[in-house]
Design a protein around this ligand. Structure first.
Ligand code: F6R
Length: 242
């Protein structure tokens, strides 16, 4: 794992967006997996702007959505689905067959997981995964305590995720479970960028890069990734000692 510190959120997002652009230029049939949420929002916007400006052909790219709130329909503005659609997929005219998002309102969530695992396997694995980090150290919805070996799975959300998660929704929703790619997928991804910005992420970033590698802090798995990059702004780097 490597640590990269940027001056601010904008330069961090520029760097992450450039990583996506370089990938799709070099590998037009790349498999790209993104998280939703506040952190990657500007990365997505800049990626979309650059791809349009440079007229990059994305028609062979496969897009994988990292996770979703179980029971929340795609038209809800707080869903991950809504985020992906509005920030990336619609602006860049991705066609439905290029896009694989968990259907969080399917009655068979286990089947959703197996479908996602099969797609990733059939496509030859994920080339680039871009994730955020939760205030409890989660990645996707890999909550504290989850095995590092999990494939896609449904999980009871941690109390921190349940309370922080309300920020995405205009009106209060009942959140209980998440459906997510597992940390096996992260470990197997050819490249992983974990992004974080702002002073409120300084504590979890310090644990991610300097703490013990432990199931109780899922993001600590980044330390083991040989092509993993923790990309943060100066505020999120505030508590790092080394
Ligand atoms: C969302 C996701 C989550 C977020 C994390 C940080 O798809 O996978 O793990 O990345 O909760 O969220 P923000 O970026 O809103 O601080």
């Amino acid at each position: 794992m490597q640590l990269k510190i940027y001056k601010d959120y904008h330069s961090l997002s520029e760097a992450a967006a450039t990583e996506i652009i370089e990938l799709v230029k070099n590998k037009p049939d790349a498999v790209l997996c993104l998280a939703s949420g506040d952190t990657p929002r500007l990365t997505c916007k800049l990626f979309a702007e650059k791809a349009i400006k440079e007229k990059i052909d994305l028609s062979n790219v496969t897009f994988i959505g990292l996770d979703e709130w179980v029971g929340i329909p795609p038209e809800n503005e707080g869903s991950c689905h809504y985020f992906f659609q509005h920030e990336v997929l619609t602006p860049l005219h991705f066609s439905a067959d290029q896009v694989h998002l968990f259907d969080a309102i399917s009655e068979n969530q286990e089947e959703e997981c197996r479908k996602m695992d099969n797609i990733i396997f059939e496509k030859g694995g994920i080339d680039l995964m871009i994730v955020g980090i939760g205030m409890n150290g989660h990645i996707g919805f890999n909550e504290p305590g989850v095995s590092f070996d999990k494939h896609s799975h449904v999980i009871d959300l941690d109390d921190t995720t349940l309370s922080v998660g309300q920020k995405y929704f205009k009106t209060a929703v009942s959140l209980l479970k998440g459906i997510t790619l597992g940390l096996h997928h992260l470990r197997e991804s050819k490249k992983v960028l974990l992004l974080a910005n702002g002073a409120k992420k300084a504590g979890v970033i310090q644990k991610t890069v300097e703490g013990e590698i432990t199931l109780s802090f899922p993001a600590s798995i980044m330390q083991k990734h040989s092509n993993g990059f923790v990309m943060i702004d100066e505020e999120a780097a505030g508590l790092i000692e080394k």
